[in-house]
Design a protein around this ligand. Sequence first.
Ligand code: C2E
Ligand code: MG
Ligand code: MG
Ligand code: MG
Length: 286
Amino acid sequence: RVKDQGKNNFAIYAPLTSDPSYEKLALENDLRKALQKGEFIVHYQPKINIVEGTLSGFEALVRWKNSTRGLVSPGTFIPVAEETGLIVPIGAFVMKEAARQMVAWRQAGLPEVPIAVNLSTRQFLQSNLVQSVESILKETGLPPHLLELEITESMTIDLERSIEILAKLKKLGVKISIDDFGTGYSSLHYLQQLPIDRLKIDQSFVQNITVNENHAILVATIINMAKNLQLSVTAEGVETEKQATYLQKQKCEEVQGYFFSRPLSAEEIEGKYRELIEDVKNWKIG
Ligand code: C2E
Ligand code: MG
Ligand code: MG
Ligand code: MG
């Protein structure tokens, strides 16, 4: 399919959809160019406080807008970006863009709420992460307490190193969340030692709370455990009113999911935020 014509000349004769190794190489090449061409965009998913009935934050979620591939979801390209190290500059772009957007919204009079940004393993373990976060905060003027960094349990396997990195980040004043909580291996011993602020309950548990009693109990247990450890808690992947009502009854403060809003472009957020703020007022307790 790909024929070596000698001297680094490669010619492509046909669409190569059935060759996975070629596909990966093509993806990697396109990803490299995407950074230079500015093809990455950030979408924002609202997070709702269902005790207060307020918009409590956003999560920044990267998308790749490519002329031939269309809008590519992170599930498709993050693993390749992670493998190639491209995730480091992509991640820095997302963090800076999200921080810039929050400052712009704040100046435009939108509610001042925190922005959550996902970190990948490579980014987390990269030696100048703390420096990079610090310079993004300085450049954009985002107050540190309005930035939440999401890591996953699997990144903290090396407990001592994780504590060290997280302590430095916390010193900057940013917040730390554990994403997809419940799918990894964290023991209580781990959780207690990590300087974190929030647990985000994985959507696989949340989506089953109204059909599977075990999952309902599990979610309630995580909420209580978080409270006992004095951590904030967010339920991810809330898709139905029934799920939201259960979570509200369990006093899970923060929720995020399609039931309230999908991730939206910055323009869509600007168009819809008043409506959203009115909608979520109905979720105030009492
Ligand atoms: P995540 O951080 O756990 O983000 C939540 C994912 O669940 C998002 O998918 C979001 O669109 C989706 N979601 C939200 N509400 C619902 C719901 O009610 N139902 C369902 N079924 N899904 C819901 P998305 O945007 O495709 O991102 C997937 C994953 O890719 C993220 O999972 C995160 O791990 C990773 N990711 C996204 N953006 C970045 C980034 O900038 N950097 C890094 N390192 N990873 C990112
Ligand atoms: Mg996340
Ligand atoms: Mg998650
Ligand atoms: Mg995740």
